[in-house]
Design a protein around this ligand. Structure first.
Ligand SMILES: [Zn+2]
Length: 262
């Protein structure tokens, strides 16, 4: 049996813990804090942390690596283009790695940071995507280092993966992102339905993740720059003119950066 759980960290991070029950081995993605992982290991005697997968260099994704590696000897995978503490294996576009006896392909997805990578496992029925702070549920990461065109290309690439792909992003931002999605497309019934569902889940303290690519394509404004409804509202806000898809994406990202929930 194989299981993937979110270990909450800080105020809204999730450390994804992949568990291979047959062999009692596990791997963690983006451990910004070692404490939740060490607590899990202490509560599960016999289990070994074998691998640490890192998507990018921000502190809330790498802060726990050194302590976890010292405690467990886990192997650390991370992007070749960024400074990752204790990295054993430097990864670039197209690299394939085996973790817990499953193959993951590495995609370079610059935008949030320039060296950001994502990990994709092409399971036949339901693939997995660990995309860090690139694609969020109903949103995307801020552009700290890359350009709008880079981020838009990265998101489009992820959107080209199968609809059934489960999206494991690293923050519980979904409800706040859906407030923005509603402002962009007030008449999109899929966004309204998701807003109601995620509101109910969050009221119960339940995680809104993982998402799926099918759901993201229907409700994530940053994957919907080609929709007439999105073009029309950008025209309304920023003045009507011909815009490329990258320019529309840039307008949306700028709008979101200044967006406040009433
Ligand atoms: Zn980040």
């Amino acid at each position: 049996m194989f299981q993937i759980d979110a270990l909450p960290a800080f105020s809204d991070n999730y450390l994804w813990l992949l568990q291979d029950h047959a062999r009692q081995r596990c791997a963690v993605v983006d451990p910004g804090d070692a404490a939740p992982v060490l607590a899990w290991l202490a509560a599960h005697p016999g289990w070994q942390l074998s691998d640490i997968l890192v998507t990018h260099h921000h502190a809330d994704h790498v802060g726990g690596i050194a302590q976890l590696k010292a405690a467990t000897g886990a192997r650390v995978y991370g992007p070749a283009q960024e400074r990752i503490p204790e990295r054993d294996v430097a990864l670039a576009e197209g690299d394939r790695i085996r973790v817990l006896d499953r193959e993951f392909v590495v995609y370079e997805v610059p935008g949030h940071t320039l060296g950001h990578i994502a990990y994709y496992h092409a399971a036949p029925d339901q693939p997995w995507l660990f995309c860090g702070d690139t694609l969020f549920a109903a949103g995307c990461g801020r552009l700290f280092e890359g350009s709008p065109a880079q981020m838009h290309a990265s998101l489009n690439r992820l959107a080209g993966l199968p609809d059934a792909t489960l999206v494991y992003c690293t923050h519980e931002y979904t409800l706040s992102n859906l407030h923005f999605a509603r402002a962009v497309e007030p008449h999109n019934p899929a966004i309204a339905a998701r807003f109601a569902q995620v509101s109910a889940w969050r009221a119960q303290g339940r995680s809104s993740l993982p998402s799926s690519l099918a759901l993201e394509k229907a409700t994530n404004p940053f994957l919907r720059c080609g929709e007439t409804s999105v073009k029309e509202i950008i025209d309304e806000r920023d003045g009507a003119r011909q815009r490329s898809p990258d320019e529309l994406f840039a307008c949306l990202r700028t709008w979101k950066d200044g967006f406040r929930i009433d």
